[in-house]
Design a protein around this ligand. Sequence first.
Ligand SMILES: [Mg+2]
Length: 294
Amino acid sequence: MKKKSTILLVDDSKENINILLSLLNKYDVIVALSGEKALKMVQKHKVDIILLDIVMPHMDGYEVCKILKSNEKSKEIPILFITANTDGASIEKAFNVGGNDYISKPFKSVEIIARIKMHLKLSETLDRLEYMAMRDFLTGIYNRRKFFEVGEKVFAQSTQLYAIMIDIDRFKKVNDTYGHPFGDQVIQKVVKVLENIVSDDTILGRMGGEEFAILCRVLSADKLETITEKMRSSVAKLNLNYKDEKVKVTISIGIAQKDSQKYTNDTLDMLLCKADEALYKAKERGRDRVCMNM
Ligand SMILES: [Mg+2]
C-alpha cells in the first residue's frame, strides 16, 4: 500500500489547527504552532507538503517560507499559504518569497483538499523525472551526466582523490553469444558487486555501455589496491549461468590519482582520461587485472 503523505500544518491558532486536522484525516499530519517550531520539524521529519499561516507572532509565514526555500533539505517541499490576507500585495509577497500556492480564509474544504492533492502529485512527478534524469535506467546508479555534475564538485574540493575506470572484458561477445537480456543481467550483477564494495561517499556512475567510473577519496594507495582487487576478484567469481552453461565474466580496472601539486590546472575530465589510459594498459596486458597510471 502506498505510504500516506505527511502534511506539516503551521498555524498559531489552535482553532484553525483543529478544523484543518479534522479535514485532513486521510493524511499523516504534524503540527507546529510557530514558525520556529516548523523549521525544526522540517529538519526532523520527512515532510511532503506544508500548509502555512502568514500572520503569526515572532516569525511570520513569509519569513518561514523564505528560510525553507533557501535550505537544501526543504526547498523542494511545496508550501501552500492559508491566510485571511487577501489583498494583492499580500498575495504577491506570498509568491515572491517562494510560496507555491495561496488559499484564502475562510477556506472551502473541497478547495484545500484539491490543491493539496494537486501539489502532492506535481512534486511526486518532479521527483520521478529528476530521478530518471540522473540515474541509469538499468542499474539505478548515476548516469554520465549526474556523475559529472556531482564529480566536478568533489574534484574541486578534494586534494586526495582517485578516479577508477572499469570495463567489462569482451562484453560484446557476451551480448552476441547470449543475447542482450543476458548482457543486461551481467551489467546489473557487476554493478551490485561494485556497489557492495565501495563506501557511501564514493561516486559511482555508468559512463555508457559496459563502462563504469568511480571517484573515491581513500587515504592510501594500499587501501585503494585492496578495494579494486576485491572488485576484480569478486566479479571473476560471480556465478553467472546461461541455461546450463557457466559464463565467466571479468573486468579490467584503470586507476589514476589527482595530483594537486603537479597539475594545478587538472580537470575531472583529464583525471578520467588518465584512468582510461591505465584501463587500456590493463586490457593490453591480458584483461582481468588492475593497472595504475601514476
Ligand atoms: Mg495566524
